[in-house]
Design a protein around this ligand. Structure first.
Ligand code: NAD
Ligand code: ZN
Length: 341
């Protein structure tokens, strides 16, 4: 599968893990996290490797700096390649390191979480967090190649797997009724589900099409991927990004935004129930178990860096399989929905 962008195109290949490492250019620098290295380090034992702590805390200026220094110490040149081998944290960090080292060296993604396989490894967004907020420093820096390896998902625990499934369901909700039907008929999905690879491919086709049409998030097309994310980001913010995974926050967010759409007369009635039923069948939360601080949640949405208009903007479903960007939604409408959840 090819993804075109302003400077060329890259291929997403579906490979076994050993094949993927064999395809990586000789002398590449692999950036990974300690957890992934403990599981898969034997596959690249002879290679140059920079390993960082697992978790969001590694998307920091200090880890970014230490990766750049490590590349320099290891003698990396303009011709070197950086391989991000890990989840979305590693993909974002390694991509930004690759974009910055000597003004840019080749970058290859080998995503190891379901979330990274269906979402973060494609689209060229790389970056790190600042104290002032998540993903505030970064670049659009497309990879040279993405290698998707099914077998790595088998070491994810079910919670991390479900975290990625929230984004998988999202693609069905926003863009593909057939995918939604396939997911619905597949009972509960897990890493060994026989049709999982097909589903990952369908998700990547949708993401590739959207990012090709709106590479730099300027036309409102890429914003469609944000279904559930306006409320989801507010939840993550209210929790201080602790205790709740991104997929769990957007799962609650998708239910809330489906209700908002129904209330605004944009979403076909009954959609919220389908969205909630699907996510619950995957073991994902559909309600936030804490009491909403509604004004604080709305304030967080107003501060969201993706805000593009007066009032609030939402990617709302018209029905299952299609969405539409709606701008100028009033804070009152959102407050009412959050208050009634
Ligand atoms: P993550 O990278 O922190 O991975 C989650 C956990 O799973 C980590 O502890 C990791 O060590 C472990 N892990 C990774 N692969 C594993 C495997 N195969 N087996 C067992 N454990 C494994 O988190 P994530 O959910 O993959 O990614 C979240 C990050 O992605 C966030 O920082 C988010 O901002 C970013 N993101 C970026 C984009 C983008 O377009 N660039 C899109 C969505 C999310
Ligand atoms: Zn997301």
């Amino acid at each position: 599968m090819k993804v075109a962008h302003s400077q060329g195109a890259y291929e997403i290949s579906f490979l076994g893990l050993s094949e993927a490492f064999a395809a990586v250019p000789d002398g590449s620098h692999i950036i990974t996290d300690e957890h992934v290295k403990a599981l898969y380090g034997h596959l690249f034992a002879g290679e140059k490797c920079i390993s960082v702590a697992a978790g969001e805390q590694s998307k920091s200026i200090s880890t970014f700096e230490s990766c750049l220094e490590a590349l320099a110490r290891a003698g990396a040149t303009r011709k070197s390649s950086v391989v991000g081998f890990g989840g979305g944290v590693i993909g974002d960090l390694a991509g930004f390191v690759a974009a910055s080292y000597m003004r840019g060296v080749a970058f290859i993604q080998i995503p190891t979480t379901l979330l990274a396989q269906v979402d973060s490894s494609v689209g060229g967004k790389v970056g790190i967090d600042l104290k002032a907020g998540k993903n505030l420093a970064g670049a659009f820096y497309p990879p040279k190649a993405v290698y998707v390896c099914a077998e790595v998902l088998q070491t994810l625990d079910q919670r991390q797997f479900n975290n990625g499934m929230a984004e998988v369901w999202k693609y069905g909700f926003i863009a593909d009724k057939d995918l939604f039907d396939r997911l619905t008929n597949g009972a509960s999905w897990h890493a060994r589900s026989t049709q999982l690879q097909e589903v990952v491919k369908l998700c990547l086709q949708i993401k590739a099409r959207i990012v090709e049409e709106d590479e730099f998030e300027e036309k409102g097309i890429r914003a469609s991927l944000n279904f559930g994310h306006t409320v989801g980001h507010a939840i993550e913010h209210l929790c201080g990004f602790k205790g709740i995974l991104h997929g769990e926050a957007i799962s609650v967010g998708m239910v809330a935004e489906a209700l908002l759409g129904e209330r605004l007369g944009i979403t076909e009635l009954g959609t919220r129930e389908k969205v909630a039923g699907s996510l619950a069948s995957q073991g994902l939360p559909t309600k936030w178990d804490q009491k909403w601080d509604v004004p604080k949640a709305v304030e967080a949405m107003m501060r969201d860096k993706k805000r593009i208009s007066d009032g609030l903007a939402f990617s709302l479903l018209t029905h299952i399989g299609e969405c539409k960007l709606i701008t100028g939604v009033s804070c009152e409408a959102v407050e009412q929905v959050l208050g009634s959840l």
